[in-house]
Design a protein around this ligand. Structure first.
Ligand code: PLP
Length: 361
């Protein structure tokens, strides 16, 4: 059997969720588990957080349906709202909370007759310019919805474009625009994704919306006090399936991108490739751990395999354990830096070929 697997530590996810909530004593936090919980398995993550989580956040109704069908009873937020009017029947039936970011959604929402009112989060575009009402028209959009029979609670939300880059000053400007309009309107506030949860208390409002950090991935470089307390939840593990020794000057892998130097290079072949989700963009030198020793990727990543330099790990051989990411000494944040990618991508673009193996349920 192929050894490749993603070990998911559900206790780490509970720890990370608790760390998010600790940033807002008395407040609440939506556990964002869209995109199959960033590759970690949405239904299992929801189950693991079933006691603790105040609510779950997803990107679309399909993801919400999957959670309800798996038995999730906590509130579920549609972070982008509904795309088509027929979803309103399901929002009503499944008791989903929905964002509203555009006029077409206000019109459809008001036309629908709900059996039971639902929570609505009216989104402001405070500067990201992706979804939401401009600050100038936000209060009038709010007024159109306020008092609608379909609404149980009307909240105010926005999303930051650069919360992970504090030096830019843009988060302060976004918050100012949001707060200026919203402080005059009733209802709860939700504005903070992971970086804002960890860095911007001014923007915490009533409901945090942590995603990335739940999986133990920090939006900040090492050295950030809270970021460093996150526990990686996914350990991507495989093993060596072949070994060879090459003299200097030999090419390794497709296109011969890497060439050996030095007297002898021991090359290990690892059962993981881009067909599993390992980024093909990974450069020579991308760190990997073999038998506990940090070494490097060499040569282009293939569909099912990749090659590593075993020279610094002379004891390693067939069946030696290889960790691709997910240890304190090899975080996915570090790996993504060698792959022209962000850590969000590495975990979300797993193809499903590597099984997810859960521990600490
Ligand atoms: C994905 C998402 C989040 C979570 O963002 P992270 O950076 O992963 O914490 C929060 N809010 C909204 C609206 C989102 O779409």
């Amino acid at each position: 059997m192929r050894a490749l697997r993603a070990e998911i530590d559900l206790q780490a996810i509970r720890h990370n969720y608790a760390l998010a909530k600790a940033q807002l004593p008395g407040g609440r936090a939506v556990a964002v588990i869209k995109a199959n919980a960033y590759g970690h398995g949405a239904t299992r993550v929801a189950e693991a957080l079933g006691q603790e989580a105040d609510a779950f956040g997803v990107a679309c109704i399909e993801e919400a349906i999957e959670l309800r069908q798996s038995g999730v009873v906590k509130p579920i937020w549609l972070l982008e709202g509904f795309f088509h009017n027929d979803e309103l029947v399901l929002i009503d039936e499944l008791r989903l909370s929905t964002a509203i970011h555009s006029d077409y959604q206000i019109e459809a929402f008001k036309r629908h007759s709900f059996k039971k009112p639902v929570d609505v989060w009216l989104k402001m575009d405070s500067g990201m310019h992706r979804l939401g009402f401009a600050p100038e028209v936000y209060a009038s959009a709010f007024a159109q919805l306020q008092g609608s029979p379909g609404i149980a609670q009307l909240g105010k939300m926005t999303h930051f474009a650069c919360a992970d880059e504090p030096a830019r000053g843009y988060t302060e400007r976004q918050w100012q625009r949001f707060d200026e309009v919203c402080s005059a309107l009733p209802g709860p506030v939700s504005a903070s994704n992971s970086p804002a949860t960890l860095y911007w208390p001014m923007a915490h409002g009533d409901w945090l919306r942590p995603g990335l950090m739940l999986y133990g991935i920090s939006p900040f470089a090492p050295g950030h006090e809270l970021g460093d307390q996150l526990k990686p939840a996914m350990r991507m593990v495989s093993e060596i399936i072949a070994v060879r020794e090459l003299p200097a000057g030999e090419p390794v892998g497709y296109g011969g991108r890497f060439r050996t130097s030095g007297e002898v290079t021991r090359v290990g072949v690892v059962a993981m490739g881009y067909g599993d989700g390992y980024p093909r963009q990974a450069l020579d030198g991308t760190p990997v751990i073999v038998d506990g020793v940090k070494t490097r990727l060499i040569g282009r990543v293939s569909m099912d395999m990749l090659m590593v330099d075993l020279t610094p790990v002379p004891q390693a051989g067939i069946y030696s354990e290889v960790v691709l990411w997910g240890e304190d000494s090899l975080r996915v944040e570090e790996v993504s830096g060698f792959c022209d990618a962000i850590p969000y991508e590495l975990v979300t673009r797993l193809t499903g070929r590597a099984p997810l193996v859960y521990k600490n349920a």
